[in-house]
Design a protein around this ligand. Sequence first.
Ligand code: SF4
Length: 212
Amino acid sequence: MLKINELFYSIQGEGSYSGLPCVFVRLTYCNLRCTYCDTEYAFFQGKDTSLDEIISEVGSYNCKLVEVTGGEPLMQKQTPELMRRLCDAGFEVLLETGGSLSIETVDKRVKIIMDYKCPSSGMEKRNLYENVLHLKKTDEAKFVIGTREDYEWAKKIIETYRLFNKCEILFSTVFGELHPRVLSEWILDDRINVRMQLQIHKYIWDPDKRGV
Ligand code: SF4
């Protein structure tokens, strides 16, 4: 059993799969409390659902791309098993995680999108830096940047953990806090090879709309 907050079909808004139709499985619970969190409704609300039911509902959309997200999906012990079974069933599986819990047990077929929590999130001390050992070339490290301090911190972390050699690096802004143009200009001024990204679902639909 897993506690599921919502399961829906939408456009992938972030990362290298941005723009593609995708089924989202949002799991309940989170061990963090980021200042900019836009999914607080996933902290406690949800329905106990069997893995068979989840996989069957995912399959009903006739879409091979699936993202397991939260909340913090790795808080529930059966999440790695769900992802393994989705991979076995032929789905391409993405995992969105906050980066405070170990990714060691995640199936190597899963593409991990892992946050590094910047200072303005209030959760910087919760980053589990040893996760860097388990990142693969196909994974993505994501920095959500709200201030210049966050930006400088992100550059330092990338250098310290040699992230350019490990995986793709995503920079995005805290929505409504830092204009994407400002962050884009910082990236260009410094000539750093990161992928600037927008949460495009927040531009397609109302930024507060759930289930998209
Ligand atoms: S990790 Fe994600 S779900 Fe949890 S508090 Fe931070 S932004 Fe919200």
